[in-house]
Design a protein around this ligand. Structure first.
Ligand SMILES: [Zn+2]
Length: 127
């Protein structure tokens, strides 16, 4: 998960990656309230309040939305060519085809839901 906070000196965002699922984990289970971070913009190192570190990164959401759009456009382009053949399929075939076509959407929704849940969990945790 990408975590972020604001630099004490230049006010730019400091972003870093962590596998911590909440703030207690981020403190390495030691209940320390501050974390040493270095700003990539101005190079200053400082201690940051763990309660002021948030997970707000939306890049994965952006990627999955654009992937979904690409998939949807491909579906619109490809489907009409085989449309006549779809009706020749047995009903079980149509069900299988429909679930194959819809499964990427379900996966995208599940991934997004997982990200949102873990972000909410991190942001609502307190030390
Ligand atoms: Zn800075």
């Amino acid at each position: 998960m990408i975590l972020q906070t604001q630099c004490n000196k230049c006010s730019k965002l400091i972003r870093f990656h962590s596998f911590a699922t909440d703030r207690f984990e981020l403190s390495n289970f030691k209940k320390i309230k501050q974390l040493d971070l270095k700003c990539k913009k101005c190079g200053s190192e400082d201690k940051y309040d763990i309660n002021k570190i948030y997970s707000k990164f939306k890049l994965i959401k952006l990627i999955s939305v654009s992937m979904m759009l690409t998939y949807f456009i491909l579906l619109i382009i490809i489907t009409p060519r085989y449309f006549d053949k779809i009706w020749e399929l047995p009903s079980l075939g149509i069900v299988v085809l429909a679930s194959l076509l819809l499964s990427p959407f379900v996966i995208f929704i599940m991934i997004n839901h997982n990200i949102e849940t873990s972000q909410r969990r991190f942001n609502s945790s307190r030390l």
